[in-house]
Design a protein around this ligand. Structure first.
Ligand code: F6P
Length: 354
């Protein structure tokens, strides 16, 4: 029999992402419509430890969808990974009669959510990060807005490059993943893109710029991902400048890409994920992560999602795969391989379009 829920909590943790507020709104409205109260937990797991809470009423969440960032604020909380931090968090839940939690964020957030579930507080995760780097889901909240920002800024840079016959090398966020770089490179018509997942043929990129300049192209955009290291973009800029003889400038977009009005895609996906998370939680389920797979919103086992992620990122820990049956491991390996192939295909497209 499903546990009776009277009050749930919701938090946003890790790097903020446009669209998180739509998820918060939907979590609140879906729970309230089932007669369940909702407490917003401030500053992610930090607020869970310190007991900083805010009641989410229909009035409080009205009009928050167009806002970027997160009305609950966010944090990367190291204390939550300690036994002492966990004890304090569980205590906050007991004191405030929080029967379950929806945790919105990236893989670190999900690790926290599953730990909390194992300490008796049922949790469900929602993927919210501009990086789109959670292997179990095709999409993470914030990715579309971030890419639209990158494309808009790349278009602006192209304007001035055209006037001055220059090349702009643009570095974008994404942590160790190149999704933002590769997809916005295609959309912005970049001449080349470099991402951490696929070896970059720098000579070929320089040759292509030389050839296109000879053919009359004035403006060039090159996209690079921050995962290649802080010096990569600047060195490449110098090389294009010196060898291709195209005057070049380096632009690091950094956190500017994390702000901005959320797009329809982010608001809608966040809302659908929020609704699904609450439905699953109130039906007695936990330790799940809400994902988009093949355009459908589905709930997946959080442990599977975390191990799949580590498998894809070559960060498996001892005993990770032993927890699953042979059949599940085969499925997991296939899924990781499909994601690798998808990234390679995007990379090939991006570097061929030029
Ligand atoms: O995970 C989102 C992200 O914006 C990454 O793209 C980036 O590497 C990181 O967060 C930056 O973190 P911080 O906001 O702590 O500087």
């Amino acid at each position: 029999m499903a546990r009776k829920f009277r009050k749930i909590g919701v938090l946003t943790s890790g790097g903020d992402a446009p669209g998180m507020n739509s998820a918060l709104r939907e979590v609140a409205l879906e729970a309230l419509s089932s007669g369940v109260e909702v407490l917003g937990i401030m500053k992610g797991y930090t607020g869970l430890i310190s007991g900083e809470l805010m009641e989410l009423t229909p009035e409080r969440v009205a009009g928050i969808s167009p806002l970027s960032g997160t009305i609950l604020y966010s944090d990367r909380c190291l204390e939550f990974a300690t036994e002492e931090g966990m004890k304090k968090a569980v205590r906050t839940c007991e004191l405030n009669q929080i029967d379950g939690i929806v945790a919105i964020g990236g893989d670190g957030t999900f690790r926290g959510a599953t730990d909390l579930t194992h300490h008796g507080v049922p949790c469900i995760g929602i993927p919210g990060t501009i990086d789109n780097d959670i292997t179990s889901t095709d999409y993470t909240i914030g990715f579309d807005t971030a890419m639209n920002t990158v494309v808009g800024l790349a278009d602006n840079l192209r304007d001035t490059c055209e006037s001055h016959a220059r090349c702009s090398v643009i570095e974008v966020m994404g942590r160790d993943a190149g999704y933002i770089a590769v997809e916005s490179a295609i959309a912005a018509g970049a001449v080349a893109v470099a991402i951490p997942e696929v070896p970059f043929d720098e000579d070929k990129a320089v040759e292509r710029i030389i050839k296109e300049r000879k053919n009359g192209t004035r403006a060039f955009i090159v996209m690079v991902s921050e995962g290649l290291g802080s010096e990569f973009g600047e060195k490449l800029t110098k090389r294009i400048n010196d060898e291709a003889k195209v005057e070049s400038r380096f632009a690091r977009l950094a956190h500017v890409v994390r702000g901005g009005k959320p797009t329809l895609r982010d608001r809608l996906t966040a809302s659908m994920m929020g609704e699904k998370a609450v439905k699953e939680l109130l039906s007695g389920k936990s330790d799940l992560v809400i994902c988009e797979k093949d355009s459908r919103i589905v709930a997946r086992d959080i442990d599977y999602a975390l191990v799949l992620d580590r498998l894809y990122k070559n960060k498996l820990k001892d005993g990770d795969l032993e927890k699953f049956s042979e059949k599940v491991v085969v499925k997991m390996k296939k899924e990781a391989e499909e994601v690798r192939q998808l990234v390679k295909d995007l990379y090939t497209t991006a570097n061929r379009l030029a």
